[in-house]
Design a protein around this ligand. Structure first.
Ligand code: UDX
Ligand code: ADP
Length: 465
């Protein structure tokens, strides 16, 4: 089957970059990314590439090359569905906030709406690809909706999970460790899988393209994220032991990481992992295990999330304790709000919870993040429903100059590992702070010895010194 037109529903952090790379690498295929959010689509179409809704290093260059040639962003969802032979579903699947599975199961409302829309408007056979992270067996729900439309169109449903990490999305897409495609083993299923394999073969070596059954593919995505998050929670658990015993977690991480069976990646102790995937996918796994009555399995994975919550709580508790058990009326500067560097995404960012904890202690917070907007920060706080929107605005300020943000503060908390923070004039920052001047490095990016020489009182995650 020769693919000429691809449609992707959902122009977010996954759909946008993934389709931009497919368009760049497959100039013979038209790629249309659609979204119901017209502001988002307008931003993707903005002449000024610094206004793209997703910030990712290198993405602007790719969009510049392909946009208008074979990459299009549009709100005309039905038209794009109709024209495409392959439709990627890349809409959000947040954790349910209501009803059965509340706080744990994935909310499949948006996926189902997409499936119904595809079913309603399709006039020819199509391949539907699930790109969003989904609970195992979602493909069968999508297939059931698609197959019961009453018209004679036939659909093949594939699972093709995305493994890109934000901040490195472009290089992850250009040089993936592997591409995973799950499909049906029937002749039509194999044909559909091959059609998708052919697209990736335009730039990914065939040996790195794995094909599996649909369920293995879906479960692999949840498992990969659960394993990665588990490593972060494991090293964070050790960081607390280090603080009590005088060991240094970075030294421990280096020592264990050199064991080739363990490996050195994802062993950086931090204030806690964030992002749209880890928490959601583990909770999803826990929910699946519980729904099959597998209590031990569910409890085992849930502990990874519990540890992460504990890490955020103890970071903020530590700030309060160190500042003589009260932060009421004290100014605390936050450097960073994004859940990791090189992204403007703040979903599940540790900064949100730490800010909330400190606001409950009546601290005054001033935030600086190089890529996150003021509106986003207030929306994150409002979402917690801890206090009114007006109270959030009165207690927390957002500034666009890091030196101003730190001025007159009692303490600085580093919540994101932005490289630029390392190159600041720390002496100047120190001179303009209240004394003693405290710094809480939740990301382990600063050289503590240098900071102490300047005069800062430092807290470094996982160090008992
Ligand atoms: C993750 C997976 O890596 C990716 O494959 C999947 O497609 C989506 O989920 P992402 O959430 O974008 O990607 O970023 P990732 O680099 O995995 O970081 C997640 C969180 O863990 C961040 O908050 C990061 O700061 C934190 N982290 C990561 C640590 O605290 N320590 C580490 O050693 C690594
Ligand atoms: P992700 O990180 O998974 O890409 P995002 O929230 O960044 O998640 O993006 C998902 C996008 O999907 C949003 O821009 C949202 O407006 C869009 N979306 C959700 N439901 C639909 C739908 N039925 N049709 C079109 N777009 C949708």
């Amino acid at each position: 089957m020769k693919i000429k037109n691809i449609c992707c529903i959902g122009a977010g952090y996954v759909g946008g970059p993934t389709m931009a790379v497919i368009a760049q690498k497959c100039p013979h295929i038209n790629v249309t990314v659609v979204d119901i959010n017209s502001e988002r689509i307008a931003a993707w179409n903005d002449e000024d590439l610094s206004k793209l809704p997703v910030f990712e290093p290198g993405l602007d260059t790719i969009v510049k090359e392909a946009r208008g040639r074979n990459l299009f962003f549009s709100t005309e969802v039905e038209k794009a569905i109709n024209e495409a032979e392959i439709i990627f579903i890349s809409v959000n699947t947040p954790t349910k906030t209501y009803g059965k599975g509340k706080g744990m199961a994935a909310d499949l409302k948006y996926i189902e709406l997409c499936a119904r829309q595809i079913a309603r408007v399709s006039k020819e056979d199509k391949i539907v690809v699930e790109k969003s992270t989904l609970p195992v067996r979602t493909a069968s729900a999508i297939k059931s909706i698609l197959d019961n439309t009453g018209n004679d169109v036939r659909f093949q449903v594939l699972s093709n999970p995305e493994f890109l990490a934000e901040g490195t999305a472009v290089s992850d897409l250009l040089n993936p460790d592997r591409v995973l495609i799950g499909g049906d083993t029937s002749p039509e299923g194999v044909k559909a899988v091959n059609a998708l394999v052919e697209i990736y073969e335009n730039w990914v070596p065939k040996t790195l393209i794995l094909t599996t059954n649909v369920w293995s593919s879906e479960l692999s995505k949840l498992t990969a994220n659960a394993f990665l998050a588990q490593r972060v929670s494991s090293i964070n658990a050790i960081s607390e032991i280090c603080e009590k015993t005088g060991a240094d977690v970075n030294e421990v991480a280096k020592a264990i990481g050199m064991d080739s069976r363990i490996g050195s990646k994802f062993l950086k102790a931090s204030v806690g992992y964030g992002g749209s995937c880890f928490q959601k996918d583990i909770l999803n796994l826990v929910y699946i295990a519980k729904s099959y009555g597998l209590e031990e399995v569910a409890n085992y994975w849930e502990q990874v999330v519990i540890m992460n919550e504990h890490q955020k709580q103890r970071f903020s508790d530590n700030i309060v304790q160190t500042l003589y058990n009260t932060v009421s009326g004290k100014k605390i500067a936050f450097l960073g709000w994004a859940f990791k560097k090189d992204t403007n995404d703040t979903r599940e960012s540790a900064a949100i919870k730490v800010a909330d904890n400190l606001l409950n202690e009546q601290a005054e917070i001033v935030v600086y993040d190089p890529k996150v907007s003021q509106e986003r920060i207030y929306a994150d706080l409002d979402y917690l429903n801890s206090r009114t929107s007006e109270e959030n605005r009165a207690l927390l300020k957002v500034l666009s100059d890091p030196y101003e943000a730190c001025k007159d503060s009692h303490a600085i908390a580093i919540l994101t590992e932005w490289d630029a923070f390392k190159t600041y004039d720390w002496k100047r920052i120190y001179n303009n702070m209240q004394k003693p001047a405290f710094i809480f490095d939740g990301r382990g990016i600063l050289d503590i010895k240098v900071m102490e020489n300047i005069g800062f009182v430092c807290y470094k995650i996982g160090s008992g010194d």
